[in-house]
Design a protein around this ligand. Structure first.
Ligand code: BG6
Length: 496
């Protein structure tokens, strides 16, 4: 029932005030797959006291047509149980203004939404949240529209990634944005930071005494952040052609995860100290060396609808990244991601140094299956594993690779997991910047990207369903890519 889940999770998880959400890009892929279903969940589970949504996009639709689209999106992408009553209550909170209607029409729709809330909740204030789910090239036009409609004061704005397309455009975007919104109104979203297991990296590292002492160059050999995807472009060819795997995934999600993984302990879990420590990691990153980058394109990409037949856009990227500070000097971080690959996975794999000497006979199996690894699976049903060598039962001394594994399903709390966007939308509504990225951090990441963006190596073809172009193996040699896993995760459901 509405309200029960949020109240079980305790007070303070949601915003205090009813919200008016101006959702720009409301008919786009992200809005359909994540934002509308997410807002529906937050509303129907009672996380938000009340809300109105004003959808905005280039499509010339009426309110009813927008509601129908939202209904279809929720039917298709909402993964929990929902009744018709919940949908009806949500639908009547949806309004729509095509971009072509201009600032005045938008201002009028927001005023309607606010007076609707004021009537429903006499004496209570409401807050405005603008969500810009638009490509970087369109962001400033929308910011200007919001200024013209006089909707900026006192509101908050969520900006989707990628934030700019290079250093110059990111700096320009920040400057222009700051003419309308102050930094504390801006929430640059990176949904990987809203994933439960990403936050669990912080809990794991800083709530325990066990691992932090070995979280450094003395004990760690190298780190892999590997996010292969099986999915292709779906309806996003226009966005993807202009963006590519590096801007879509690395400069955003993978680097942010790297920030959590590599940062020093913050003085507190507040937005300022966390950003400061992440930004220190980004400041210590060496500029990328294009010779240590493999760009790939899956065979057949150029014949996809909406793709240039001579496209140089990469659908795959693997690279070596270095953090030149006391903790990480000499420890390579290998990052990889791509579309239409063999498996969909999101892992961080930490390879520990091997012992300096071995007293085990060569044929014992010692070291035969790589170093000890600590692995985080960043899927919603997150998992962790610590692998080590242990003795195989029986005579003699044969060694096998064994592991300790944790699966979030074992906690019985999977139902409590908020989808990443849901979590971050709630935080933005509450004005909490902890899991958002800063102008400084993003600009620094574009700065280290400059050598690659200026001289990208040629794209190499890879077969759809593979692990990328062959040269990925040279990139990590003498180490090896951790994926595909040699041993499967243990499936606890099957065992019980
Ligand atoms: C998005 C990218 O930000 O992240 C997509 O634009 C990618 O290309 C997606 O598929 C992956 O996110 P998730 O949450 O499905 O791992």
């Amino acid at each position: 029932m509405a309200g029960s889940r949020a109240s079980r999770l305790g007070a303070g998880v949601g915003p205090k005030y009813p919200q008016v959400v101006v959702l720009v890009g409301a008919t786009g892929d992200l809005a359909q797959r994540k934002l509308l279903p997410g807002l529906f969940h937050l509303f129907s589970a009672g996380f938000i006291p009340d809300l109105r949504i004003v959808g905005v996009s280039l499509d010339d639709l009426g309110v009813e047509a927008f509601r129908e689209r939202a209904h279809r999106a929720i039917d298709q992408f909402f993964t929990r149980q929902a009744g018709d009553g919940e949908w009806a209550a949500f639908a009547e909170r949806l309004d729509y203004v095509p971009l072509s209607a201009g600032a005045e029409a938008l201002a009028a729709a927001v005023a309607r939404a606010e007076s609707g809330l004021a009537e429903a909740h006499p004496g209570q204030e409401s807050r405005r949240l603008h969500y810009l789910s638009v490509p970087p090239a369109a962001a400033l036009t929308v910011v200007r529209l919001l200024a013209e409609a006089d909707l900026a004061a006192g509101s908050r704005i969520v900006m989707e990634k990628p934030f700019g397309t290079d250093l110059e455009s990111a700096v320009a975007l920040n400057d222009r944005l700051h003419e309308v919104f102050s930094e504390d109104q801006i929430f640059r979203i990176d949904h990987f930071l809203g994933k439960e297991p990403a936050q669990n990296i912080l809990a794991f590292r800083f709530a325990n005494g066990l691992f932090e002492p070995i979280w450094n160059r003395t004990f760690i050999d190298h780190v892999q952040i590997d996010v292969p995807e099986t999915l292709g472009l779906s309806t996003r060819a226009a966005f993807y052609e202009a963006t590519g795997a590096y801007r879509d995934m690395v400069v955003t999600h993978l680097f942010q995860i790297l920030g959590f993984m590599a940062m020093e302990p913050p003085t507190s879990l507040e937005p300022g100290p966390i950003s400061e420590e992440k930004n220190k990691v980004f400041r210590s990153m060496l500029p990328l060396d294009p010779r240590e980058v493999v760009r790939g394109q899956y065979a057949g990409y150029r014949s996809e609808p909406g793709v240039d037949p001579q496209s140089d856009t990469e659908t795959f990227i693997a690279l070596k990244c270095r953090i030149d500070n006391w903790r990480w000097a000499g420890v390579p971080f290998f990052l990889r991601t791509g579309k239409r690959m063999a498996e969909g996975q999101r892992i961080i794999s930490i390879a520990f140094r091997e012992p300096p000497k071995s007293m085990f006979p060569v044929n014992s199996g010692v070291g035969a299956q790589g170093p000890d690894h600590l692995t985080f699976d960043l899927a919603d049903a997150s998992k962790m594993s610590l692998s080590f060598y242990g003795k195989r039962p029986g005579p003699g001394m044969r060694l096998d690779k064994l592991s300790l594994q944790f699966n979030m399903k074992d906690t019985g709390l999977m139902g409590e997991v908020l989808e990443a966007y849901e979590r971050l939308i709630l935080d933005a509504m509450r004005g909490d910047h902890t899991l958002f990225t800063t102008a400084e951090g993003i600009e620094r990441l574009w700065e280290v990207s400059t050598p690659l963006l200026e001289a990208p190596p040629p794209v190499r073809l890879y077969a759809p369903g593979s692990w990328g172009p062959k040269s990925i193996h040279q990139l990590v040699a003498p180490q090896a890519w951790r994926l595909p896993f040699e041993r499967e995760w243990r499936n606890t459901e099957e065992q019980s």
